[in-house]
Design a protein around this ligand. Structure first.
Ligand SMILES: Nc1nc2c(c(=O)[nH]1)N[C@H]1C(S)=C(S)[C@@H](COP(=O)(O)O)O[C@H]1N2
Ligand SMILES: [Mo]
Length: 363
């Protein structure tokens, strides 16, 4: 097997399910500016398709139905762009919602469905224009579909979804063929994936085979599957029309170290990440060691910017005894994470961005 078809995740990778494969890195690997392949989280819905990049084609369809087939060689005529972007699953931090009420039938993510890479490829906009689909051609949404085929009771379907054209034509939405300086590995979408910075991971379609301009959002199953429903609705008894398909990520933050449990009393280094949605950036991260009664600003390792997590840290003094460490972030729109996860509960378990709490026992 070539390296692009062999999964080589780290020995301490937290595997949440084998088939489909889902998992992510141990929290201490989420403190580096970019996440190496061996730690980068994976969210598949079925077995990975194996695609020969040499013969792979992507069809691009305009609103009027005109269709153009592009090969990887055609894309390579476009100018290459790079974006450092954090990818985060809408289900990240789902375990925090389990504590409110069970979320049956979904991947039991902890805080590890998030990673950052340097993506390289071509602007989706340039690919659309190459195929003759200009921004003003009337398509209000751009759909991408992958070649993975997922079995459902009524037949098999391809994974796909759409993003608003206003987002699709921005500088930073890429069709990437490279990740952290190497060719995309199979589980991350080889040979071509979409990268939509600031949106839920599900909109970053892997193994892209078709792109289409649409008047309405995509009717792909996964466009609707990634929706939030009112807190009182359950899987068995929900109104499909009440779902709100997800796009932008909410402002969020997590403490990666120390892990919950025992710590040595005295000076303790606290560190983690914070993310903002769409093209917003993080403006403030606050840490409390007394359950949220008093707060101290954390410092950023680098100036926060859009699309990529803000890594933060703070040294705190912990006396012997129990402490509840809490972190909360604010973004450039002035939005702060909510305190309480209870009203965020939804039966799909998406978008938990409640204050992140770590129970510590200092000795
Ligand atoms: N074709 C295809 N694209 C996909 C998926 C998939 O199952 N099939 N999973 C999506 C989801 S839900 C997430 S969170 C991200 C995960 O990307 P990664 O596996 O490279 O981390 O890919 C998205 N793109
Ligand atoms: Mo996801």
């Amino acid at each position: 097997m070539s390296t692009d078809t062999l999964r080589q995740k780290a020995p301490d990778f937290i595997t949440r399910s084998e088939d489909p494969f889902t998992g992510g890195p141990a929290p201490e690997h989420l403190l580096d500016p970019v996440t190496p392949y061996e730690h980068f989280f994976v969210r598949d819905h079925t077995a990975n398709p194996t695609i020969d990049a040499a013969t792979h084609t992507v069809s691009v369809r305009a609103l009027d139905g005109t269709e153009v087939e592009l090969r990887m060689d055609d894309l390579a005529t476009l100018s290459r762009h790079e974006v450092t972007a954090t990818l985060q699953c809408a289900g990240n931090r789902r375990s925090g919602l389990f504590r409110v009420r069970d979320v049956p039938g979904e991947v039991p993510w902890g805080d590890e469905a998030v990673s950052t890479a340097l993506w390289s490829g071509w602007r989706l906009r340039d690919v659309l224009v190459l195929a003759g689909v200009e921004a003003d051609a009337g398509g209000a949404h751009i759909e991408t579909v992958g070649s993975d085929l997922i079995s459902k009771p009524d037949g098999a379907i391809n994974f796909g979804g759409s993003i608003p054209a206003a987002k699709a034509y921005t500088d930073d939405v890429l069709l990437a063929d490279r990740m952290n300086g190497e060719a995309l590995r199979v589980e991350h979408g080889h040979p071509l994936r979409l990268v939509v910075p600031g949106y839920i991971g599900a909109r970053s379609t892997k193994w892209v085979t078709s792109i289409a301009a649409l008047a309405e959002p995509s009717d792909n199953f996964y466009q609707r599957a990634y929706s939030v429903y009112p807190e009182h609705m359950t899987r068995e008894d929900h109104d499909p029309a009440a779902g709100m398909p997800l796009a932008e990520l909410p402002v969020n933050s997590v403490t990666c170290v120390p892990a919950p449990g025992a710590v040595t009393a005295g000076r303790v280094r606290v560190a983690g990440w914070a993310t903002a949605g769409d093209d917003r950036h993080i403006t403030r991260v606050e840490v409390s060691v007394d359950g949220g009664a008093t707060w101290t600003d954390a410092r950023f390792r680098d100036e926060p910017r859009p699309f990529v997590w803000a890594l933060w840290e703070l040294d705190v003094e912990l006396a012997a005894g129990a402490h509840e460490l809490v972190v909360r972030a604010t973004d450039s729109a002035g939005t702060m994470q909510p305190d309480d996860p209870a009203p965020l509960w939804n039966f799909k378990g998406y978008m938990n961005n409640a204050w992140h709490r770590t129970e510590l026992q200092a000795h």
